[in-house]
Write a protein that binds this ligand. Structure first.
Ligand code: ADP
Ligand code: MG
Length: 383
């Protein structure tokens, strides 16, 4: 039976924080097929703010596309809430309302462009304006031409997709995605099928959108692209990896990052507060989420001096954990509050033992710290 259409239209300030463009709360997605029930997303929480350029990576089959489909409303979650641009897109909303909302609020780019083959590039770009009934009918060709010019395709506007290169097809698809000037662009491996030069062109375009205040979320396989985004999110087997863990220990295997994410605890220290006292046993590995810490030693005359400053993405406590020793320094919060993510000693040691690459990388950092420490010590003695 058809539902009546007297429901309230989607309101634009109904949910979410004003800062956030995307909020995912407890997203679970299950598929049922002949083999049984399969859980692809296992309770994902994620907030992406307005104006952020975010990359999402993860192994094939880890759930990246499924996650994007939750944001675009192409598919729907089994459990949880999705708020995009202030709208709760699944609660009390019909498929057709959602599709209308999508046309006006987001642009979508796929790996294989999905241009309509019998329409020219210009007509392809005009299509979303027709669907969403945006802009006056007579204005649409002009606006489509401006978008094609923006992506460098003004001389190809009247060509069919098959007559231009794959890189150009993707540029046209991006122009199409931006047709209704959406605040959010979502791209699923947009450079996956392109050469490096075309890929670079596309990232430059995305950077330009972000510079103009748009939010861009891009799934990618290419590690060289993640360094160009503000944030990189890793998904492992349907679960989000803590961003402090992945930033601090990028060499770790995704499955180990996930283990750390599960045992991690957050702690907050006030400015100047001691995090690790001197000469005490250390039972956690610390990674800095926000703020700065000072690593402080004592000289001969018992005067304190700071041997190093550590900030976001750096860690401490590893020297003591690996040595089974006491802390050689006093570590304390700088002049801002410090948020850290901590891992219990036993979990840290176990993962390090399973991951030679990480052990080696940490070993190098430890050695450098110990050397710096010696230099600083000598300096203090010679003062
Ligand atoms: P990714 O984009 O990270 O490669 P996907 O999100 O496409 O991964 O898929 C994650 C898992 O969910 C895969 O194992 C895939 O087979 C499964 N999956 C995706 N879509 C469906 C569907 N419609 N029905 C059943 N299983 C699906
Ligand atoms: Mg995918």
């Amino acid at each position: 039976m058809k539902k009546t259409s007297l429901r309230a239209p989607l309101k634009n300030d109904s949910a979410g924080s004003a800062l956030s463009m995307i909020e995912l709360h407890g997203i679970v997605k299950r598929f049922t097929n002949a083999a049984g029930i399969f859980t692809v997303l296992k309770g994902v929480d994620l907030t992406i703010n307005r104006g952020e350029f975010v990359s999402i990576v993860g192994k094939s089959g880890s759930g990246k596309s499924t996650l994007l489909n939750m944001v675009t409303g192409i598919d729907h979650p089994t459990e949880g809430q999705v708020v995009v641009n202030g709208t709760d897109i699944y609660t009390g909303v019909t498929e057709s309302e959602r599709s209308k909302w999508r046309g006006r609020n987001l642009g979508i780019v796929f790996q294989f462009f999905q241009l309509l083959p019998m329409l020219t590039l210009l007509e392809n770009v005009m299509l979303p304006m027709d669907y969403a009934d945006m802009y006056d009918f007579d204005e649409r060709p002009k606006r489509a031409m401006e978008l094609l010019t923006l992506v460098g395709l003004e001389n190809f506007a009247y060509k069919l997709p098959v007559l231009v290169s794959t890189g150009q097809q993707q540029l046209a698809a991006i122009a199409r995605a931006m047709a209704c000037d959406p605040p959010l662009l979502v791209a699923d491996e947009p450079t996956g099928n392109l050469d490096t030069r075309s890929a670079d062109k596309i990232i430059q375009l995305f950077e330009g959108f972000v510079a103009h205040g748009k939010t861009v979320v891009m799934v990618t396989h290419d590690p060289s692209l993640t360094s160009r985004t503000h944030r990189n999110i890793i998904i492992s087997d349907g679960e989000m990896i803590d961003e402090t863990v992945s930033k601090s220990l990028p060499q770790l295997r995704h499955r180990h990052m996930l283990e750390f994410t599960k045992v991690a605890e957050k702690r907050v220290y006030q400015p100047g507060e001691t995090i690790i006292p001197r000469d005490q046993k250390v039972d956690h590995f610390f990674m800095i989420r926000t703020g700065q810490v000072d690593v402080v030693l004592l000289d001969e005359k018992n005067q304190e001096y700071v041997i190093s400053n550590l900030s976001k993405g750096e860690f401490f406590g590893e020297v003591e954990l690996l040595d089974d020793g006491k802390s050689i320094a006093n570590v304390r919060a700088g002049n801002q509050p410090v948020e850290v993510v901590i891992i219990p000693r036993a979990d840290f040691i176990r993962v390090i033992n399973e991951s030679p690459i990480t052990a080696e990388a940490i070993g190098k950092i430890v050695q450098k710290r110990l050397d710096d420490h010696k230099v600083a010590d000598n300096r203090a003695v010679n003062r």
